[in-house]
Design a protein around this ligand. Structure first.
Ligand code: C2E
Ligand code: CA
Ligand code: CA
Length: 804
């Protein structure tokens, strides 16, 4: 671009504008050595019409010479003989010869416009020319915009051998001074071409606007009105200034359309030489170097500084370029047009901004892709996640809409025990998840896909699953591989897989329906201890519906009118008397019928709704116990189940205390039943809660003992009063040696730890007999009494069925 603009002068107009602006501010005092003797209107008035007789010019040359001028330049072309006055030519020739300081002018003959049209030169008459001290050309270059800025110090026909008028006058006036460097270039000897040749271009450094250079009227000199002292040692330029005579030129300094006479332009050239203010155009090499430097500076700025510095950079670079250009012109007398570098800087800025924008766009689209990818993938396993599953399902279903097409979706959950989590830590859990992911990927085939949903839940999408039997085989294979223990920190852990299967189109036609149903089936599999894989069915569907309804009802808190407490007797084995009751909930729903506490308690726990229900039960039970005591004097121990979540609430202590106070029940008559899971985590905090409860006087029992993971050894640090052997060990103790063995060891150990033992689920006499033989303290079960309403219980006692 730089070479194009410089080479083709494409931007000259703009450059000229800058140049002219700089020239105008550069005005300087007139050079006193130069004097123009002007052929002006005044002279024309007095001396008559132009041209004047040559004798007149001879006279003025004589006057000037005798006044002691240092050189005379006559900017009048004497190319033809004056036929009417041959004497005049002779006089002029002798005056020129006498003076010895006269420079005569010649010019190219214009056959048209432009340099190549100047095919010949017009010389002064030979008899004058030979007498002249020098001949000089007055060829002044006019730029395309009509303004005269430059002059060629040498020009001529064939070779540029004639000096410019200003240069010639300088040489005549100061033969001993050396020529300005640019003018001393030797013109080539051999003609280059037949046309007019120019060489050594310089820019005229105009001293000021037209009229700035000292002027006197021709006629005043002629009439002796100009004192000799004013002429002495001056370099005289004689030329026309009157309008209509000779050439008048537009210059950078001629403001408001005032033109400058050709003679003054030449005088300005002379002034430039005398003042040593010759301006030159920088060579193309210098111009290119300057341009590249300016562009490079801009480029470095853009590369090295942040993006938002680009525009200030452009402004700074542009100003610096203009400044450099001005300084070079003012100090170094070299004119380097600034437009090309300026334009390149702007171009660079635009290109850069555009590229930068492109890069930003590319970056942000990359980022978007990455975010999209991350949002649909699990970081730990690298597997696609549930968003991806939903998306893929939708795509596949849309693709095969209306076709006879089958698809199965398997939801897999790995239930892990707390101990595993505690032992593994976060990194260990990640490692286990990776192992699960690996095994699943190995167990599937072809186009089937594995997803990780959350926690230890995964999904497998099976396209074209074949028959149910084939699908069962696949599921069994998955279970097999997941049942193998997982390796972790040189240890092994087993997790329990539960798989729920939903089939398209039987179990659902939308992505959402299929996912929900597979999830429901998985949930069912999780609940069944013996069935690891569960296919979605209508039964599950209605159960799920039921569950949702129950959750709704729990949320709405409608249950208070529908739920009642029943009480199951607890009997002292030795005396056969009722010593306490366990409070159990019964929910009769007008539409849903009887809802088992085993179901709604776990739902309430899952949905975070257990605390209000539990607190309500506690106060119901306490009030009932107090009522019995007040009415009948029965000091029955009231056992209340407390769920793990309820127990871990920080205000459990306050709630128990307040409830006891409100009901008036003696503290030692309340017993809280806690399951092992409530006691397993954060042992210290639990012990302190238990101790606080003991301080209150409340009794504590461990429910369902034997089903959890803790041992009596672990529990010995807990201040509990009673162990409830889980009914699963009781129900078959009459046929299973193992169960009775377990019951026996629990009883033995409890005794050693000073704890009481109660057996629950005592259904037949045999159970009671065995337990009595094992020295069990208390029993509870259908054999001794079903859970009953307060009224039923009172009746049973009054009947003697139960001994108070
Ligand atoms: P659980 O605490 O183990 O309660 C004993 C369960 O065994 C009761 O079932 C009871 O009716 C039943 N049962 C009693 N004797 C026998 C027997 O001889 N044979 C058999 N097969 N079962 C017997 P229920 O009332 O259905 O309660 C189920 C579970 O619901 C309870 O198990 C308890 O975990 C929970 N639950 C009930 N009421 C509450 C409550 O108020 N709060 C809390 N947190 N959980 C409760
Ligand atoms: Ca219980
Ligand atoms: Ca129990």
């Amino acid at each position: 671009m730089a070479i194009f603009f410089i080479g083709f002068n494409g931007l000259q107009k703009l450059d000229n504008l800058f140049y002219d602006a700089i020239s105008r501010v550069e005005e300087r005092p007139t050079n006193k050595e130069i004097l123009i003797v002007a052929v002006d209107e005044k002279s024309l008035k007095q001396l008559g019409r132009w041209p004047w007789p040559r004798a007149t010019h001879a006279t003025i040359i004589d006057i000037l010479t005798s006044s002691g001028v240092s050189a005379i330049g006559i900017d009048i072309l004497f190319s033809e003989r004056d036929a009417s006055d041959p004497e005049g030519d002779v006089k002029l020739a002798s005056a020129i010869a006498n003076s010895g300081k006269v420079v005569l002018v010649l010019g190219p003959e214009s056959g048209g416009s432009g340099q190549d049209q100047l095919l010949s030169e017009v010389l002064p008459l030979p008899e004058l020319a030979v007498e002249a001290s020098m001949l000089a050309h007055v060829d002044i270059e006019v730029d395309k915009d009509g303004i005269c800025r430059r002059v060629y110090l040498r020009a001529g026909l064939g070779t540029p051998h004639w000096p410019a008028m200003g240069l010639a006058l300088f040489q005549v006036a100061h033969p001993n001074l050396s020529l300005p460097a640019v003018a001393s270039i030797r013109a080539t000897e051999n003609p280059i071409s037949a046309g007019w040749r120019r060489d050594s271009p310089i820019l005229i450094s105009y001293a000021g606007p037209p009229g700035h250079i000292n002027r006197v009227s021709y006629v005043d000199v002629l009439n002796g009105h100009v004192p000799a002292g004013q002429l002495k040692d001056k370099i005289i330029l004689i030329g026309t200034t009157a309008i209509g005579l000779g050439d008048n030129l537009a210059t950078p300094v001629s403001s408001s359309h005032t033109l400058m006479p050709g003679v003054e332009v030449n005088a300005n050239l002379l002034a430039s030489i005398l003042d040593k203010r010759i301006l030159r155009n920088g060579s193309v090499k210098v111009e290119v170097a300057f341009t590249l430097l300016a562009t490079l500076a801009m480029f470095l700025w853009l590369v090295l500084l942040p993006a938002n510095w680009a525009l200030p950079g452009l402004i700074v670079a542009a100003l610096a370029t203009l400044l450099a250009s001005t300084i070079l012109l003012a100090n170094q007398r070299i004119w380097i047009p600034p437009t090309t570098p300026l334009l390149l800087q702007v171009a660079l800025y635009i290109i850069w901004s555009w590229l930068d924008l492109g890069q930003q766009n590319r970056l942000s689209s990359l980022l978007r892709k990455e975010i999209h990818l991350q949002a649909r993938h699990d970081v730990v396993t690298g597997l696609p996640n549930h968003h991806m599953l939903r998306e893929n399902l939708k795509e596949i279903l849309a693709e095969h809409a209306g076709e006879n097409f089958k698809l199965s979706i398997l939801f897999i959950n790995m239930s892990k025990h707390r101990a595993v989590i505690d032992a593994a830590g976060a990194s260990g859990i990640d490692s286990i998840r990776k192992q699960i992911s690996h095994r699943l990927k190995q167990a599937i085939v072809g186009g089937d896909k594995v997803y990780r949903l959350e926690g230890e839940a995964f999904a497998v999408l099976i396209l074209e699953p074949g028959s149910i039997a084939q699908l069962e085989t696949v599921a069994a294979r998955l279970v097999q591989s997941l049942l193998r223990p997982f390796e972790l920190k040189e240890d092994y852990f087993s997790l329990l897989p539960s798989i729920g299967v939903a089939n398209y189109p039987k179990d659902g036609t939308t992505a959402r329906e299929l996912s929900d149903n597979a999830y429901a089936a998985m949930h069912r599999a999780r609940k069944h201890s013996f069935q690891r894989v569960c296919f979605f069915s209508d039964q599950i569907k209605s159960d799920v519906y039921q569950e949702l309804r129950v959750i709704q009802e729990l949320r709405r808190q409608n249950w208070q009118e529908q739920i009642t407490c029943v009480y199951q007797p607890q009997i002292d084995v030795k005396t056969g008397r009722i010593i306490g009751v366990e409070t159990l909930l019964r929910w009769h729903h007008p539409q849903l019928g009887n809802i088992s506490p085993a179901d709604f308690i776990s739902l309430a726990e899952r949905e975070g709704l257990i605390s209000p229900l539990g607190n309500w039960t506690l106060s119901q039970a306490c009030e009932q116990g107090q009522r019995w005591q007040e009415t009948y004097g029965w000091k029955l121990r009231i056992a209340v189940n407390v769920s793990a979540i309820q127990f871990s609430s920080p205000d459990i202590l306050n709630i128990v205390r307040n409830t006891l106070t409100a009901s008036g029940l003696p503290h030692h008559l309340l017993e809280l039943e806690l399951t092992e899971t409530a006691l397993i985590s954060n042992k210290d905090a639990i012990i302190s809660t238990l101790l606080a409860l003991k301080d209150l006087g409340v009794q504590l029992a461990i429910d369902d003992f034997g089903t959890g993971y803790s041992s009596l050894a672990y529990l010995k640090d807990f201040p509990v009063d009673r162990i409830k052997i889980d009914q699963s060990f009781i129900s078959d103790m009459h046929i299973s040696k193992e169960s009775s063995g377990i019951a026996q060891s629990i009883i033995t150990m409890a005794k050693e730890l000073n704890m009481q033992v109660i057996a629950e689920g005592v259904e037949i006499q045999e159970h009671l007999d065995i337990l009595r033989a094992l020295n069990c303290d208390e029993v509870q079960g259908y054999l001794l009494g079903k859970p009953m309403s307060p009224g039923e219980l009172e009746k049973a006692i009054r009947n003697g069925e139960l001994q108070a």
